[in-house]
Design a protein around this ligand. Structure first.
Ligand SMILES: [Zn+2]
Length: 334
C-alpha cells in the first residue's frame, strides 16, 4: 500500500518533469504545474471490466474537499481511454490523467462531458494542456460557456477553491458537439451519448458503455433521491424519452454524477422516470382544471416521496417548474 503511494508520487513527478523540461516554451507558457492535491484520490473499479470511477466527496465545493465533489470515470478500451467528466479543478483533472497513465500507456482519446457545471468541467484544462483527447458535449453547452453565469461561477470558485481554482483557470469549450445523440466505437466498446436536457442543466447528457452495461448518468439520475430540476426551462418530456431510450439498452451499473455507483441501474432509471411521470400527471391535471399551483401542490399525495433525501429541498420547486411547463404546453407555447 505504502509502496504504491510512493510510486504514484514518483510517476506524477516524472510526468511533470517531462512536461516542464521536455516541451520548452509552450509548456512554460501554459502553467507547468497545478497546485497539488492533498486529499485521497484513487480510481475505483466497478464490477464491469475496464471501467473505473473517482467517487467525489459529499458536500459543497470548498477547501476541505479541494473541489472533489462530483464523480468522473473512464473506460480503458483496446485502443485508448474514454473519460466521462473532468472534475472541478485543473489539479483534479491532472491527477486523473496521472492515475490513468499509471494503469495504461494507451492515449486518452475522448472526454465526454455530462453538462457544463463547474464541478464537472474545470478539470478539462489539464486534458487540453496534457492530452490530445477530443472533448465532446451537447451543443447547448456553448450558450453556458459564453454566459455571464459562467464568469460569475468562475469568480466564486476562485475564492471558494483557492488555490486550486485561480487566475490561470479557464473554461475549455468542446471540440465536438451533438444535438440529440451520438455514438462512437473504440477498441471493442461502443459509446452511446444521449441528450436528456434541459433537466438539471440545458446540456444534460448520459453515456452508455456497451458491452460493459455501464451508464454514466451525470446529475440527472440519482440513486433513491428526489432529483433537483435546476433549469428554468426544464423539459421533462425530453428527459423521460431519454430515460426510455437508455432503459431499452438495459444497463446494469449506474455511475451517477454524485454519490456511489450502483449495481442496479434499472431501479434508478425507473425511479426517476416514475417520479417525472407522477409530477407531470398531477401538475398536468391541475393545469387542465385551471387550478392554482398552491392548491394543486397541497392536494397532491406526496407520501411515496416524502421520506426520501432532498424531498424538502427540491420537491416543491420541482413541482412548480413542471406546472409551468405543463401550462406552457397547454397554452400551445413552444
Ligand atoms: Zn454536479
Amino acid at each position: 500500500m505504502r509502496d504504491k503511494k510512493i510510486q504514484s508520487g514518483i510517476t506524477t513527478a516524472g510526468i511533470l518533469a517531462t512536461m516542464i523540461f521536455g516541451a520548452g516554451n509552450l509548456m512554460a507558457e501554459s502553467s507547468s504545474a497545478y497546485p497539488a492535491l492533498s486529499i485521497p484520490f484513487e480510481a475505483e473499479s466497478v464490477s464491469a471490466e475496464n471501467v473505473y470511477y473517482f467517487a467525489g466527496q459529499s458536500g459543497v465545493p470548498g477547501p476541505e474537499n479541494e473541489g472533489f465533489t462530483a464523480n468522473s470515470g473512464f473506460v480503458i478500451t483496446g485502443k485508448g481511454v474514454v473519460v466521462f467528466d473532468a472534475l472541478g479543478t485543473p489539479s483534479l483533472g491532472f491527477e486523473m490523467i496521472a492515475k490513468i497513465r499509471e494503469m495504461t500507456a494507451l492515449p486518452i482519446t475522448h472526454v465526454v462531458i455530462s453538462h457544463y457545471h463547474a464541478d464537472h468541467v474545470y478539470g478539462l484544462q489539464a486534458f487540453r494542456d496534457h492530452t490530445e483527447a477530443k472533448i465532446i458535449a451537447q451543443e447547448s453547452s456553448a450558450a453556458y460557456i459564453q454566459s455571464p453565469d459562467a464568469d460569475r461561477r468562475l469568480e466564486q470558485r476562485k475564492v471558494a477553491l483557492s488555490p486550486w481554482v485561480n487566475d490561470e483557470t479557464r473554461l475549455i469549450a468542446p471540440d465536438m458537439t451533438f444535438d440529440e445523440t451520438t455514438t462512437f466505437e473504440s477498441g471493442g466498446f461502443r459509446f452511446t451519448i444521449l441528450h436528456a436536457g434541459p433537466a438539471h442543466a440545458p446540456d444534460d447528457s448520459l453515456m452508455l458503455v456497451e458491452p460493459a452495461g455501464v451508464l454514466f448518468s451525470g446529475d440527472i439520475i440519482q440513486n433513491g433521491r428526489v432529483p433537483f430540476l435546476a433549469s428554468s426551462e426544464v423539459d421533462t418530456a425530453n428527459w423521460m424519452s431519454a430515460i426510455d431510450e437508455v432503459r431499452a439498452l438495459e444497463p446494469e451499473i449506474l455511475i451517477p454524477g454524485h454519490g456511489r455507483a450502483s449495481g442496479n441501474a434499472m431501479a434508478a432509471l425507473n425511479f426517476t422516470y416514475d417520479y417525472l411521470a407522477y409530477v407531470r400527471e398531477k401538475m398536468g391535471d391541475a393545469v387542465d382544471q385551471w387550478m392554482q399551483f398552491d392548491d394543486a401542490y397541497q392536494q397532491t399525495d406526496w407520501s411515496r416521496y416524502k421520506n426520501l433525501p432532498a424531498f424538502d429541498a427540491s420537491n416543491k420547486a420541482n413541482a412548480y417548474r413542471v406546472y409551468l411547463e405543463m401550462e406552457k404546453a397547454a397554452l400551445g407555447g413552444s
